[in-house]
Design a binder for this molecule. Structure first.
Ligand code: ATR
Length: 277
């Protein structure tokens, strides 16, 4: 029987993860099945135990269950412990191991696919929720010139700065409101807010995007996201959406489970075509 994996979410019907992992499995010759599973919003733990009883070996976790997954784990990787959220589960007997591959997926996309490693660059992270928290550690590990976390409510940005202060050895780590960014410029601006879900535009002061800068939206959609449009209008040299991060985090999870790292480029290219269609 093939090894069983799934992604838990709510909603989950439109998840791209089953297609991505099916392609990784085909590419690397792994005998596995990967399904999308809808878990009740207040019933994540029950959905996991049913899946484990069916023989499930591992799972990805997406919105809104990453914190539930974090709490359910009996063991956490250091990066999942820091992120306070889990997107990758491994089931071994009674043990549930939790990992978080979101940050590694983002960095793989920015550094490898987009060939723009943050090392030495002025980096601005917009947002201070779960999505932002998951990427602070791997961003700091690349040693940017500065990492500024800007958020609508300053206290949440400051809380993230405090949480990661011990890792900011060679990189100044600062918190800001959007208005207080006025007069500063950055080489890499990453949108980790959920503002566009409600159709809201971020109130960013003009002049944020330095010459040659990259604007990266962790969201993705059919065309350019609202943040990419805003960034282009304000002078960002290049824009990218989060589809590469999605494929990157999947590849990292696949490697955790199967011990082989798949080739993400062809999967990302075909996903891009599907998304546009
Ligand atoms: P996620 O896990 O996706 O990060 P979250 O924890 O709810 O979700 O965090 C959402 C982030 O988007 C927060 O940084 C939030 O800002 P606040 O902390 O000030 O609420 C940000 N956000 C959501 N809607 C926004 C809006 N309309 N304008 C600006 N920021 C917004």
């Amino acid at each position: 029987m093939s090894d069983l994996y799934c992604v838990f979410g709510n909603p989950i019907a439109h998840s791209r993860s089953p297609a991505i992992h099916a392609e990784f499995a085909r590419q690397t010759g792994q005998d596995m099945v990967y399904e999308a599973r809808l878990a009740p919003v207040d019933g994540f733990a029950g959905a996991v135990s049913s899946f484990v009883a069916e023989g499930g070996r591992g799972a990805n976790v997406t919105v809104p269950f990453k914190e539930d997954a974090y709490r359910l784990c009996t063991r956490l990787s250091p990066r999942a412990a820091r992120a306070g959220a889990v997107n990758t589960l491994c089931f071994e007997g009674d043990e549930i191991h939790g990992d978080n591959t979101d940050g590694a997926g983002l960095l793989a996309d920015i550094s490898n696919n987009l060939d723009y490693p943050p090392t030495g660059k002025r980096v601005l992270l917009l947002g201070a929720g779960g999505a932002a928290r998951g990427v602070v550690e791997p961003l700091l590990a690349t040693q940017p010139a500065v990492l500024c976390i800007a958020n609508r409510s300053l206290d949440k940005a400051q809380a993230l700065v405090d949480l990661f202060a011990d890792l900011a050895v060679s990189t100044p780590l600062t918190a800001s409101t959007y208005a207080a960014l006025d007069g500063q410029a950055f080489d890499l601006v990453i949108n980790a807010t959920s503002a566009s879900l409600s159709g809201a535009a971020l109130p960013l002061p003009p002049g944020l995007f330095a010459a040659g800068s990259l604007a990266y939206d962790m969201m993705y959609g059919k065309g350019e996201t609202p943040f990419m449009q805003l960034a282009q209008a304000q002078g960002a040299a290049r824009c990218a959406d989060g589809l590469g991060m999605l494929v990157g985090q999947a590849a990292e999870a696949f490697a955790v489970w199967r011990g082989v790292y798949p080739d993400t480029a062809p999967v990302l290219a075909s996903l891009r075509v599907t998304l546009k269609g």
